[in-house]
Design a protein around this ligand. Sequence first.
Ligand code: C5P
Length: 232
Amino acid sequence: MRESRPIVALDFPSLEEVKSFLALFPTEEKLYVKIGMELYYAAGPEVVRYAKSLGHSVFLDLKLHDIPNTVKSAMAVLANLGVDMTNVHAAGGVEMMAAAREGLGDGPKLIAVTQLTSTSEEQMQDFQNIQTSLSESVVHYARKTAQAGLDGVVCSAHEVALIKDVTSNDFVCLTPGIRPAGSALGDQKRVMTPAAARAIGSDYIVVGRPITRAEDPVAAYRVIKDEWNGTC
Ligand code: C5P
C-alpha cells in the first residue's frame, strides 16, 4: 500500500539541527521522517520521542543484525519508543528476522535490507562468496524476509518489480535513491524520480538532501510529494 508522504531522511548530526529543520514546517503538516544511525547514535532515543511528540511518523533505520535473542530484546525497546517502522539485515537469517518481529510486535512495520546498494555483484561474489547474480541474491533474501513474517524490504527502485513478483503485491518496497528531475545526485548513482518510482510500484520513497539541503525545504518537500502522488 503506497504511503502518500515521501519519507524525509533526517541526516543531521544533532537534535538541535533536527529541531530547526522540523520547525520550518507548519505544525499541522505531519511528516514521515527517517532517523538513521548517525543521528540516533548522536542524539539517542530523545530524537525519536521529539519527532513523535510533534505528531510525525518515524522510520528508525538502524539495520539490526545480531543473534535472535538480542535483536528481539532490542526490538521490544524500539517498540516502546513508538517507532512506526524499523529494519534489520536479512543476512541475520530467518530465525533472527522472526525474533525481531516478535520483539517489535505487530503494530510497527518491519522491513529488511537485502544486499546494500553499495555492494557490487563482484564484491558480493568475492567477499560474501555468494556465487549467483546480485539480483538473484536480492530476490532470495526478499523471499526469506516474507517467509519470516516481515512486511517488506529496502531496495533499489530498479528491483521493485522483481521483488513483488516473487513475494506479493502487498510486500512493501521502500526505495531510497530518489531524485527529482534536475537535482544534484550527491553520491547516489542509480537514481529514479518520484514519478518513476510511483510508476514501478514503490510503496515508500526516501528523500534526503533534495529536501534537507534545499534553499526552501518546505517547497522542495511539496514538489516531491506532489510528483510522488501524481498530483502535479
Ligand atoms: O540524501 P539522500 O536522498 O541521498 O538520502 C537517502 C537516504 O537513504 C540516506 O539516509 C541514505 O543513507 C539512505 N539509503 C540510501 N540507499 C540505500 C539505503 C539507504 O540512500 N540503499
